[in-house]
Design a protein around this ligand. Structure first.
Ligand SMILES: C[S@@+](CC[C@H](N)C(=O)[O-])C[C@H]1O[C@@H](n2cnc3c(N)ncnc32)[C@H](O)[C@@H]1O
Length: 279
């Protein structure tokens, strides 16, 4: 794995997380009043989580993690970003929703955590591309689940990850190909109110990230094999013809708050969802 690049990404995520949160109005109040940042897609994949021990991998600033706590799960969120974990810890206090938040590289956390610690592991929307070694990650995820436990992921579809801004073929399909970009951008500002259920604030304007980021291309078979090899089995696989964030400039936001390609274009998979279980 590329620990050097993970550390570079930590700096980039610290900056981006500050910009993202600057657009979200009083998030503690929103959660206190029973609000949730979870969408119907992940809720359907997760099923009943009440009373379950749940590990949220790459939890960012904890909004989804605490929304999972709101549904009765006993949550632990892990993220490499100092800013994200500090924000999540404060949000837990201010919202009154219990959660344990750990600042750690996901690889260190999975290595240090005893086998069979969790009923459920979960990660979502923009998590997999930061993993520099998908096989090592898959072994770690399988290890920390108890027998009968489940892993749930919903993320960008690897096909969509090959495309540039104008839908041109720009990136390799999978294989862990390294992609270096100028830095994690302010996709919350780009999505407008779609990603701010607690309310929209102008916040930081014209954000430029001073730290570059490095991500990795993983194919569907890279991801599936990383989880199948250590013994998990597939329960459910779903493809979605839209994204919950604005991935391409020509996408149209529809009333369901999802971003689609224009109706007169061939539709492509934008996201996938996967549920796996540990025998
Ligand atoms: C797009 S965000 C995920 C957002 C998440 N779906 C949520 O609940 O808000 C990606 C997260 O991955 C984290 N990350 C990137 N590389 C990581 C690593 N090696 N270990 C742990 N977290 C990492 C970043 O800090 C960032 O918070």
């Amino acid at each position: 794995m590329r620990r050097d690049l993970h550390e570079q990404n930590r700096l980039s995520w610290n900056e981006a997380t500050r910009a993202h949160n600057s657009h979200k109005r009083d998030q503690a109040k929103f959660l206190r009043e029973g609000g949730s940042t979870l969408g119907p897609e992940e809720l359907s994949l997760l099923g009943d989580i009440s009373g379950k021990t749940l590990l949220h991998l790459q939890c960012n600033a904890g909004q989804d993690t605490l929304s999972l706590a709101q549904l009765g799960a006993r949550v632990t969120g892990v993220d490499i970003s100092d800013e994200a974990i500090a924000f999540a810890t404060q949000l837990s206090t201010d919202s009154g929703l219990p959660g344990t938040f750990v600042r750690s590289d996901v690889y260190d956390y999975l290595e240090e955590t005893p086998a069979g610690s969790f009923d459920l592991a979960f990660c979502s929307y923009g998590a997999l591309l930061w993993l520099s070694n998908i096989e090592l990650w898959g072994r770690g995820v399988a290890k920390v689940l108890r027998s009968g436990g489940r892993f749930v992921v919903i993320d960008a579809h690897p096909f969509m990850m090959m495309l540039g801004e104008n839908l041109e073929l720009k990136y390799q399909y999978g294989g862990g190909e390294l992609v270096t970009e100028p830095g994690v951008n302010d996709y919350v500002a780009a999505a407008g109110e779609a990603l701010t259920p607690s309310g929209w604030e102008e916040g930081v304007q014209n954000f430029v990230n001073p730290h570059p980021d490095s991500s990795f291309q993983w194919s569907l078979s890279d991801i599936l094999n990383a989880l199948l090899t250590p013994g998990l089995t597939v329960q459910k696989f779903v493809e979605y013809p839209y994204s919950v964030w604005k991935a391409f400039p020509m996408q149209e936001r529809r009333p369901d708050n999802r971003f689609y390609l224009p109706k007169d274009m061939p539709q492509i998979p934008h996201m996938f969802g996967l549920v796996m279980s540990k025998p």
